[in-house]
Design a protein around this ligand. Structure first.
Ligand SMILES: *Cc1c(COP(=O)(O)O)cnc(C)c1O
Length: 369
């Protein structure tokens, strides 16, 4: 298709031909009468396929949907040989760093951890002999930006480059075009967009690699539900407009938070003095709607800010229409990865920006002292 992305989001992943339903079909059945293409529910589903077609087409590859973002990450790690070496960020989505930690502890993988994923030189220095390099950009929860093209150019032949693009969505960044082999999304977040499903999707440049991932999905049983795939596809229809509003809100809140006396640091690549600004401006078509800020006072003061919010909900997860806040260092794994104690991750939603600001401003009074 040659249409622009906003149009492809609406038109893609639909059945064609006279009499075809405009919406995707949800087949609620674990088994099928023998003799057709599908025999058992673990092998495939029309609703997955529609979603995979659309996300795959946007990313320029072949999509494989999973039961969650972490199931997609685990399936990608499955491609590593026993005892293989992965270069990965020290700070990343904590569920993923846990997957690495347990595999490393069991002697199944060697992990070379990158302290600062924004330092392309540190990434390049860790690459010799590695089987895979994993980037997450923008990163969760530090909102750091990693240089995808630099890592693609620096790795040796045979070293796979995987990118978790959850915060960027398929709209703001195209890792495969920058040289990555695989891009992973937690569709639980922006793709679904309404905090009502869990689903993951991996997109591979190489169709044979996508087939291997699909085989892992069947073997390990990490399949998405038909209803979840239907909802994720429905979420995709409005992704461009949701993101446009959320991103505009995030840009405005970042500027105001940056000026607030109770805020010591704001991490948002849209701010001109953010360390990731120049790279994000090159690598992404927008700065996204995820930001993080640190408050004056300690962890208790940051928790008090969350407790005083009324419009914004204190809850984990991100990428929905509703603004959510969380102090990430409440998790042991995040503290180990060096997440600052008072860092509040803000997933900016699509509410009116003045209501969001009024809420933040009154809550920040709790941190000022
Ligand atoms: C949430 C998240 C995941 C995990 O996805 P689930 O759908 O919750 O399993 C992976 N990566 C990032 C960056 C995330 O934010």
């Amino acid at each position: 298709m040659t249409e622009r992305v906003e149009t492809r989001l609406v038109a893609g992943g639909r059945a064609q031909g006279a009499g075809a339903p405009l919406g995707s079909t949800i087949v609620v059945s674990s088994t099928y009468r023998l003799g057709g293409e599908l025999e058992y529910g673990r092998d495939g589903n029309e609703a997955w396929r529609a979603l995979e077609d659309l996300v795959g087409e946007l990313e320029g590859g072949h999509g494989v949907a999973f039961g969650s973002g972490l199931a997609a990450c685990a399936a990608v790690l499955d491609a590593l040989p026993p005892g293989g070496t992965i270069v990965a960020p020290r700070s990343a989505y904590h569920g993923f760093t846990e997957q690495l930690r347990v595999r490393e502890a069991a002697g199944r993988l060697r992990v070379r951890r990158i302290a600062d994923i924004a330092d392309a030189g540190e990434v390049a220095a860790a690459l010799p002999g590695a089987d895979m390099v994993w980037l997450e950009t923008p990163s969760n929860p530090l909102i750091a930006i990693a240089d995808i093209a630099a890592a693609a150019a620096a790795r040796e032949p045979g070293c796979l480059l995987a990118v978790d693009g959850t915060f960027a969505t398929p709209l703001l960044q195209q890792p495969l075009a920058l040289g990555a082999d695989i891009v992973v999304h937690s569709a639980t977040k922006y793709i679904g967009g309404h905090a009502d499903l869990l689903l993951g999707i991996a997109v591979c440049r190489d169709p044979a690699a996508a087939q291997r991932l699909a085989a892992v999905r069947v073997r390990e049983g990490a399949i998405p539900g038909a209803l979840e795939a239907f909802l994720a596809l429905r979420g995709m229809r409005t992704l461009a407009v949701r993101l446009e509003r959320a991103q505009a809100n995030a840009g405005e809140l970042a500027v105001r938070l940056d000026r607030h006396p109770a805020v010591t640091r704001v991490r948002y690549p849209g701010l001109p003095d953010d360390p990731g600004h120049a790279l994000a401006a090159r690598q992404m078509s927008g700065f996204g709607a995820m930001l993080a800020f640190e408050t004056t006072g300690g962890a208790d003061a940051a928790d008090a800010v969350c407790a005083r919010l009324r419009v914004i909900s204190a809850a984990t997860s991100l990428g929905g229409v509703e603004t959510l806040i969380e102090r990430r260092a409440r998790y042991e794994s995040e503290r180990r990865a060096g997440t600052p104690e008072t860092l509040l991750r803000l997933s900016v939603g699509i509410e009116h920006v003045e209501d969001l600001w009024a809420d933040l401003d009154q809550a920040l009074a709790a941190a000022s002292s």
